[in-house]
Design a protein. Structure first.
Length: 105
């Protein structure tokens, strides 16, 4: 669970339309999200979850806490997984302000 100055990071593993609704719901609750492709191989999904360490996951089975999950700083809207230039996946935090700027770009 998130402490002062932190918010929960919710991994959403759902088809696009459902994922969009879940993202909006999470943002309405002040949570950050990371969206995971539900059609990806199980190993790829597990790699993303291990990389970003979300506090919770929402999938076909519902919402549940993940052991070892790490909250993110308050003001974080999303964590995007990228390989960058190293080829090793890593999570990059996108702030609420950044998400708003992208939406108006």
């Amino acid at each position: 669970m998130a402490g002062p100055g932190e918010v929960d990071l919710l991994a959403i593993v759902a088809p696009r339309r459902r994922a969009a609704d879940l993202v909006r719901d999470a943002w309405d609750r002040g949570e950050a999200v990371t969206v995971v492709d539900p059609t990806a191989p199980a190993a790829a999904v597990e790699q993303v979850l291990a990389t970003v360490a979300p506090t919770h996951v929402v999938d076909i089975d519902g919402r549940r806490a993940l052991p070892g999950g790490l909250p993110v700083p308050e003001g974080t809207a999303a964590v995007v997984v990228t390989s960058g230039t190293t080829g090793a996946p890593k999570g990059v935090e996108l702030t609420v302000e950044g998400a708003i700027a992208i939406g108006h770009g």
